[in-house]
Design a protein around this ligand. Structure first.
Ligand code: NCD
Length: 306
């Protein structure tokens, strides 16, 4: 029997595998009709113990466009976890009904526990403030399509670097490529966790910390904005104090390069003024579109169909 391939952390994929997924996604974007029946009679279970719009909808749309079916829940309160069922039991049961599982959970490490319990591939669709590998694949496809490669650029990661799981996974992916420089822009209270800095240092990544977005913006090829992660705060007062630390508007963008791209995993709250949406550098909604295509590629790959 082939070994089951899960995606818990982005480093579960080699750079060659990432290139392969980007290639498949590019091909799907060019010839969607060639893929429309590739997952017929296959089922994806989406087990979302924590809220989601884009991730769950893009997984659903991805499976539907591959000709497959989707089952699952979008809210822990409508699952048996309210009766006290363990995550492990829910996942074992879902593995009896589906060929592949995408799960999101507020507890860091929950997908690792789940992965040991079932014989179908598990995809981590976000575990607490830890990791979010499929958002990273989305980000990588966007960067590849807009910038042409994963090398030789300066990326500014701005906002809640402490709890922002998309940032953690994106750093882990990009620090494997040549000549990527990281500018970490956050308030003091929301700096990148030490364990992430240790990983960057061990990999020889080049990084610097700034507190002001204005200081970093002229240097950037990519600006990756993030939301302050309200749900991970222990008190409302701290959240209210920090939530509007950064607001990207057209005035701040005047200092940016003409070909800098602006990314955001979404949902946005106040971090990017709506007036920026029409700037040709804004690509966060395009990024959401890329999320569907890379998830199609990932499903095909993990199911051994591509
Ligand atoms: C992100 C997440 O859930 O971590 N959203 C997403 O999946 N696109 C970012 C966020 O919620 O801020």
């Amino acid at each position: 029997m082939n070994e089951i391939k899960n995606l818990i952390n982005i480093t579960d994929l080699s750079v060659q595998e990432i290139d392969h997924l980007v290639e498949i996604a590019d091909d799907i974007m060019a010839r969607p009709e060639a893929y429309q029946d590739t997952c017929s009679h296959k089922k994806l279970a989406t087990l979302f113990f924590e809220p989601s719009t884009r991730t769950r909808l893009s997984f659903t749309a991805a499976m539907m466009e591959l000709g497959g079916n989707v089952l699952g829940f979008s809210d822990a309160s409508s699952s048996s976890s309210t009766k006290g069922e363990s995550v492990a039991d829910t996942v074992i049961m879902a593995g009896c009904y589906a060929d592949i599982i995408a799960m999101r959970h507020p507890k860091e490490g929950a997908p690792v526990v789940a992965a040991g319990k079932t014989i179908v591939p598990i995809i981590n669709a976000g575990d607490g403030g830890h990791f979010h590998p499929t958002q990273t694949l989305t980000d990588l496809l966007t960067i590849h399509r807009k910038k042409g490669s994963f090398t030789n650029f300066t990326i500014g990661l701005c906002g809640d670097l402490m709890f922002g799981r998309t940032v953690h996974s994106l750093i882990e992916a990009l620090m494997r490529y040549e000549n990527v420089r990281f500018i970490l822009i956050s308030p003091r209270e929301l700096k990148l966790p030490e364990y992430m800095k240790e990983k960057m240092n061990a990999a020889g990544a080049v990084w610097v910390e700034y507190e002001k977005l204005e200081d970093a913006i002229p240097e950037l090829d990519i600006l990756y904005m993030t939301r302050v992660q309200k749900e991970r705060f222990f008190n409302e007062e701290d959240y209210v104090r920090l939530r509007d630390s950064y607001i990207l508007d057209l005035e701040k963008l005047e200092a940016a390069k003409d070909d800098m791209i602006i990314m955001h995993p979404l949902p946005r709250v106040n971090e990017i003024a709506v007036e920026v949406d029409n700037d040709p550098r804004a690509c966060y909604f395009y990024q959401a579109l890329c999320g569907k295509y890379i998830r199609m590629a990932l499903i095909l790959y993990l199911l051994g169909l591509k």
